[in-house]
Design a protein around this ligand. Sequence first.
Ligand code: 5GW
Ligand code: MN
Length: 357
Amino acid sequence: MFTNNWGKSGRKKYCLFIIFIICLSLLFIFSFSWHTLENSEWHPRAMFPCKAVSTSKASYLDLDQLKEVKLQRMLYEKPETLKPPRSDVLIMTPWFAPIVWDGTFNIDILNEQFHQRGVRIGLTVFAIKKYTVFVKTFLETAEKFFMVGHKVNYYVFTDRASEIPNITLSEGRHLVVLDVPSYKRWQEVTMRRMEIIRNYSRELFINEVDYLVCVDVDMRFNDHVGVESLSNVFGTLHPGYFGASRQYFTYERRSQSQACIPSDEGDFYYAGGYFGGTVEEVFKLTNHCHQAIMTDKENNIEAIWHDESHLNKYFLYHKPTKILSPEYLWADYGGSPAAVKRRRFIAIPKDSQIRNK
Ligand code: 5GW
Ligand code: MN
């Protein structure tokens, strides 16, 4: 009886002990494999997650590999704190984004900085259907004025690759012709640029360039367009509206559209034909605009100025870090305002022949 009782409770205790050991081993195996999965290695930081963040290998590597951008001795007139370079135009937004006007920048300082960084620039342009006629002048004038001395890739999107001329390019510059479908409706042709730039940012641009400049093709370069125009994310003041008050901006006003901007909001009227930034920022911008365009499509509405309306909405709530003056996208509306001293990139007048496919 005694032995039996003792034997029973003894066995019970023994079993409990074994189960406890099994649970402990399972817990250990589970936690070990979890750490291995999470960190791909068994590392002390796995046990001290708080410490790990500040002492992770990656942050040491990044700091050690930082490249120094150091200027040489340069001679130039000193900036005058009490004499702004331009007093006739706004050269800074209330969110501290510079507005690039002639006379406000020293291109030698900027060129030196961008050269040392080894910056690569992608210029994207669409030539669908008859718009291939603009490509030759566009590329030839870009060779003269666009980012001269820097690494440039021209990305020409077209449905007629055979009509793209082969132009001799300066060293460090390449032409990449990319096939895209041609949409029937012209509104679709201009709006789909957002989707296509979004897709190629992910698949190609991110591996080839640092900045993207996305422009219309019915244009010619006429004066310097350089690295002063580059920033994280930038837009351009539309040449037709830079002096206008809010009520005259042709924003989308219907509340059913994703591009709607109420009459008491809006900073500037930005042009659809010239925007850009780092590949990451252009990806975010084009992705956002494309999704807004698709939502509008589902709701059977198309914004008044298509992709331009969506770009304006994007810039209202994602402020650009730099803004280009209309010098960078000029179109002759007859007048010649004194504020616009240089016409760097000019619209070529189109006849109805070209617009009709
Ligand atoms: C054709 C007819 C009407 C509107 C646009 C087109 C069109 C535009 C086209 O057939 N093929 C084409 O490649 N596009 C692209 O969209 C060009 O890159 C063009 O620069 C851009 C915007 O269209 P634009 O330049 O006619 O628009 P606006 O506002 O500068 O006159
Ligand atoms: Mn155009």
